[in-house]
Design a protein around this ligand. Structure first.
Ligand SMILES: *Cc1c(COP(=O)(O)O)cnc(C)c1O
Length: 419
C-alpha cells in the first residue's frame, strides 16, 4: 500500500494503541458537522470530556459546604494542589517535592529569577534565545533592569547563524566558553515556540554548570510534548503552562520545578506568600516566614480550585497513558507528516523544524515561500485549525493524545489543494 494514501493513514490509525483517547476529547466542529483538523494543541489544548464533571464536583461542594469545603469537600481544597503533584512530576521527569502547580508561566518565571538570578558585578549576564517568546524577553529584561544593570551589557542572545534559522549546539558551547565567567543565568525555551527546535537540555545544563552558571528552562512547549528528565538532567529550575499540551483550559495554572539541591534551601532569597509557609503553622498568622520544604515553598496564594480541577482531569489522562507511550506515537505522527510534506515535492515548502527527531517534539513549522496570509485563510476555510506566523510560516502540532494519522493526511491534502 502506498504510504501517501488515505487507506494507509487509516491503517496506521487502526494499529495505533492510543487511538481510543481521541474520543476522550471534544474536537471543534465545522459547520457541516465534521471535526476540524485541530493542529493547535501547542497553543490551546482541547477539552477532555471529563473536565466538566471535575469542575462540577467543586461547584457542588462549594454550593453545599461553603467555607467548610476547604476541609470537607470530597477533594478538600486546602491540599487540592497536592493531588496534582505526582502526575505533574511524572510529566516533567521530576521528584514530587521538586514540582508545584501555581500561578501562571510568566509569574513563575519572575519568581524563579528572584531566587536564581543573583547578579554580581563579575557575573551578571543572562543568556536567552534571540527569538524567544516575547513574554520571556520582557521578564528577563525587566529583571536585569530591576537589579540595576543595562540590558545591552547583561543580555546575551543566542542567534542562529546568518542565513540559518536554527541555533547550533556548538554555538552554545562557544558562547559559554567565551562568556561563561560572566554569565549568571542561562534561560532557554526547551522547545522554541517558532521553529519547534528542542535544545539538548542535559548537555546545556552540564556545560552551564561547568562554567558556574544557573540553568533554567521555559517549557511552555515542552511539558506534555517531550519526554522530559528535569531531575536527572540536573536543571536548576523550570516553568511551564498547562493550557497548551497539558489541556487544562484557557489561562489555566502554570507549573514550576526547583531541583532538589535547591528546593530545601530555606535561605534562598524568594518573594514569599502565606501559601508557601509551613502548613502546620500557616493559620497561626505568625510573623516569621517558614517556607515549606520543596517547590511548594515558592507558592504565594491559595490557588483557584476550579482551574486545578480542570488540570486534574487532564493529568489523570496523562498519568494513565504515560509520556513514554505518548512520545512513541508523537514521533510516528510527526514523521508521517514530514514524509507527506516531502512527498509534495514542492520547492516553495521548507520544514524549518529540525529533521532530527531528538531535536524536535510534535510541532513542525512549515515555511511556504512567497505565500501570504491568504494561503493560511484558505486552509482554515477548508477545515484546518493551525497557526500562522508572519511572514510565511504555518505551525502545525499533531498531538498524540487526540490527533490521528488521518488528520495528518487530511491536512497535507488540504495544503496541497491550496498551494
Ligand atoms: C505560551 C508561552 C508563554 C505564555 O506565558 P503566560 O504567562 O502563560 O501567559 C510564555 N513563554 C513561552 C515560551 C510560551 O510559549
Amino acid at each position: 500500500m502506498d504510504k501517501d494514501t488515505r487507506d494507509y493513514a487509516e491503517e496506521l490509525d487502526k494499529n495505533d494503541p492510543l487511538k481510543e483517547y481521541r474520543d476522550q476529547f471534544y474536537l471543534p466542529i465545522q459547520k457541516d458537522g465534521s471535526p476540524f483538523v485541530y493542529f493547535c494543541g501547542n497553543s490551546l489544548g482541547l477539552q477532555p470530556k471529563t473536565t466538566r464533571s471535575y469542575i462540577e464536583q467543586e461547584l457542588k461542594d462549594w454550593e453545599s459546604l461553603g467555607v467548610e469545603g476547604h476541609f470537607h469537600a470530597k477533594n478538600p481544597w486546602m491540599p487540592y494542589h497536592e493531588f496534582l503533584t505526582e502526575a505533574m512530576a511524572n510529566v516533567v521527569g521530576a521528584k514530587p517535592a521538586e514540582v508545584v502547580v501555581m500561578n501562571t508561566l510568566s509569574v513563575n518565571l519572575h519568581l524563579m529569577m528572584v531566587s536564581f538570578y543573583r547578579p554580581t558585578s563579575k557575573r551578571y549576564k543572562i543568556v536567552m534565545e534571540s527569538d524567544a517568546f516575547p513574554s520571556d524577553r520582557y521578564a528577563i529584561e525587566s529583571q536585569i533592569k530591576f537589579h540595576g544593570y543595562e540590558v545591552k551589557d547583561a543580555l546575551l542572545e543566542l542567534k542562529p547563524r546568518e542565513g540559518e534559522v536554527l541555533v547550533r549546539h556548538e554555538d552554545v558551547e562557544v558562547l559559554l566558553e567565551k562568556e561563561g565567567e560572566e554569565i549568571a543565568l542561562i534561560l532557554l525555551g526547551g522547545v522554541n515556540y517558532y521553529t519547534g527546535q528542542v535544545f539538548n537540555m542535559k548537555e546545556i545544563t552540564k556545560l552551564g554548570h561547568a562554567q558556574g552558571c544557573v540553568v533554567g528552562f521555559d517549557l511552555a512547549h515542552g511539558a506534555g510534548n517531550l519526554e522530559l528528565e528535569l531531575h536527572k538532567d540536573g536543571v536548576d529550575f523550570a516553568v511551564w503552562c498547562s493550557y497548551k499540551y497539558l489541556n487544562s483550559g484557557p489561562g489555566s495554572l502554570g507549573g514550576c520545578f526547583v531541583h532538589e539541591r535547591h528546593a530545601y534551601n530555606k535561605t534562598l532569597p524568594r518573594f514569599a506568600g502565606w501559601w508557601g509557609h509551613n502548613k502546620d503553622t500557616r493559620f497561626n498568622m505568625r510573623h516569621s516566614f517558614d517556607p515549606i520544604p520543596g517547590a511548594e515553598g515558592w507558592q504565594l496564594s491559595n490557588p483557584p480550585i476550579l482551574s486545578l480541577a480542570a488540570m486534574r482531569a487532564s493529568l489523570d489522562i496523562f498519568n494513565e497513558v504515560g509520556m513514554r507511550a505518548l512520545n512513541v506515537k508523537s514521533v510516528a505522527l510527526t514523521n508521517y507528516l514530514e514524509f507527506l510534506l516531502d512527498e509534495l515535492r514542492d520547492e516553495r515548502i521548507a520544514i524549518i523544524t529540525p529533521r532530527d527527531i531528538a531535536q524536535r517534539g510534535c510541532q513542525l513549522s512549515i515555511q511556504v515561500r512567497n505565500a501570504d496570509k491568504s494561503l493560511f485563510e484558505q486552509i482554515t476555510a477548508k477545515g484546518v485549525i493551525a497557526d500562522w506566523r508572519e511572514p510565511d510560516v504555518i505551525r502545525v502540532a499533531p498531538v498524540p493524545l487526540y490527533n490521528s494519522f488521518v488528520d495528518v493526511f487530511r491536512f497535507v491534502e488540504i495544503l496541497k489543494s491550496c498551494l
